[in-house]
Design a protein around this ligand. Sequence first.
Ligand SMILES: Nc1nc2c(c(=O)[nH]1)N[C@@H](CNc1ccc(C(=O)N[C@@H](CCC(=O)N[C@@H](CCC(=O)N[C@@H](CCC(=O)O)C(=O)O)C(=O)O)C(=O)O)cc1)CN2
Ligand SMILES: [Zn+2]
Length: 745
Amino acid sequence: MKISTTVLGHPRIGRRRELKKAVEAYWTGGLDAAGLAEAAARIRRDTWTALADAGVELLPSNTFSLYDHVLDAAVAVDAVPARHRDLGLDALGTYFAMAHGTATTTPLELTKWFDTNYHHLVPELAPGTVFRAVPDKPLAEYREALVQGHDTRPVLVGPVTFLLLSKAAEDAPGGFAPLDLLDGLLDAYAGVLTALGAAGASWVQLDEPAFTADRSPAELAVLRTAYTRLSTLEGAPNILVTGSYGHLGEALDVLLGTPVHGIGVDLATDTADAERLAAHGPTGKLIAAGVIDGRNIWRADIAAAAALAARAGGDDLVVSTSCSLLHVPHDAEEETGLAPELRERLAFARQKAGEVVAVKRVLTGETPPAAIGPVPDAWRDERVRERVATASHEGRGPAEERRRIQAARLNLPPLATTTIGSFPQTPEIRAARATHRAGRISEAEYRDAMRGEIARVIGLQERLGLDVLVHGEAERDDMVRYFAERLGGFATTAHGWVQSYGTRCVRPPLLYGDVHRPAPMTVEWSAHAASLTEKPVKGMLTGPVTILAWSFVREDQPLAATAAQVALALREETVDLEAAGIGVIQVDEPALRELLPPRRDDHAAYLEWAVAAFRLATSGVRDETQVHTHLCYSEFGPVLPAIDALDADVTSIEASRSRLEILGELREGGYSRGVGPGVYDIHSPRVPDAAEIAAALRKAATAVDPRLLWVNPDCGLKTRRYAEVEPALAAMVAAAAEVRAELNL
Ligand SMILES: Nc1nc2c(c(=O)[nH]1)N[C@@H](CNc1ccc(C(=O)N[C@@H](CCC(=O)N[C@@H](CCC(=O)N[C@@H](CCC(=O)O)C(=O)O)C(=O)O)C(=O)O)cc1)CN2
Ligand SMILES: [Zn+2]
């Protein structure tokens, strides 16, 4: 029996976010293309060195990306939309134009990468799309590693997942589906693979995570066709097909029936594929057993992982991670500020590479597995457990009734305008936070700076004529981390950055113990904002599901139990906000869709606890207090009934990059609550004009009852600059007035 070790991918932002800094400097002219290339090469070198030092034998390449690996895949097959190609920019310019648009062109749509907090760009395809192999990037990275002494396995998004993640271009005819383009795409992939083979690569990894979700017989047939063809190509490397973020199930049987050379399974999310492989008997293929969880940061039980790998693998076993390590930070050893009993339980990318090697050593009998001690008693809180056991999420009156009471209290115009919560995080705000953290300004000085910022943001919203104001979230470095820093049971890291999209990164908190709220978290800021204006100010909280989704969560109890603890803490906060006179409270759940399991069989159980947690968090306030929620970043079809069950009074929802498609779905579902479909995209620096927003509003008003309609951007404004935000919001307010007059509301 042969055993070796690998990881399916690696963090690519650099240990200190060097990539973010380099790319952003390139955009603003502070760094030239050569400087950017150098920074990128340093990160790749560090990655290969780190993996080799950890003892990993089979190293991947092309796991690096300047922005996004799905965008890279689109470029590798020349799937560049005409509007970006026609800009006439150089390759790098075209690449970044696809990623974030220009003053005159919209970017590709951005959406969630499976059930993770990573976001990928969505390739746009049309019947006329002509694919062509453009293997430059994987080839260059393969050769670069080779020069450094590493014969790597280039990694690409698999062709079928590529098509399933793509969307039909806006001008594509009705019946067109990206899968129609399979033949042409396989030709292009064949070109890329044979180029890599000619350069000396003996293996490539093609990721097909789309097959850990339910797939139709037709889609499974496409998988069979694709891999039968690609694995019998003259001159191509051996192919390792991986399925991450769930079990492959039927797709595993399909792949076993093709001549593909290796299969990677995610056994950390679900062990079902190990059973399927064990039942199958000898496969004659390399099996990459993903026993080390690529998505969470708790140290693995090495003995259990070894047993699982042995069950899945046959004569040619590769101990591996369940997915790319893209979703975890670089190195837990750097977190010297954490309590030792917590730090010793953590495994970030560097430790996970070590775990893969440790599993092999156990399997080969070289070393016994190290044991992990029991969870410390101090992490339990019996009072929290008691309160959760007796909590109820009943309490508010019927939605219709609430609507009437709130309308009388708030006295808002139809098509009321608002924003999603955050205003730009300016260099001044960040600098104030950095100097405060460094101890160079006092708590009081920092608070004064934030209060001043709130006053400025309130003044701006009054000048712009918005109807429901926000305090702007200046005091929050991140909408989850901010709460984690104020809740018991959480810890935060100093350097634990993870890429969210492009150059945007987050430091997910560690949720290790029972959660409780020692003191109010947001009341001071919201009350200050409300004291500065006659208009209603929305209190702003992050919901329980999103707090879990964007943290690394304990695994010693069901998520539902942890969610209820977080929800109770938030409920206490809503009650305090209400008591402070805040009449509108928004509880953001942008990650509601994200945690939805890939298999339909698992949806109901998830949605039940997710909805229950949201309702627990929001049902403690009186009927006259208007509860808003905000959802973004996904296709919401599968969770529409759950959105209704949240029982929020108003829901704002990302819609502009997906061309308001959500509205049709809402209408069909008979949605009868307040709804604010995002009328412009805030993820691009492009400033919309009033005519374009008015057009979006007219479209929205035909899809839902205009009396239910709110007017707001797609998401918060924290990533934008004031130079973009002010004209965009002015255009939004003007468009609302125009359409309000037209509709005679
Ligand atoms: N957790 C989470 N997930 C999410 C979202 C979100 O808001 N939060 N939004 C969606 C989209 N994702 C996003 C993710 C990140 C950012 C974002 O803007 N991130 C910032 C970092 C935010 C942050 O923590 N800022 C810190 C500053 C951290 C920092 O850079 N510190 C410097 C030093 C301080 C300085 O000089 O700024 C350093 O460590 O080097 C602060 O404001 O205090 C970034 O990448 O630039 C935006 C959207 C989906 N998922
Ligand atoms: Zn949002």
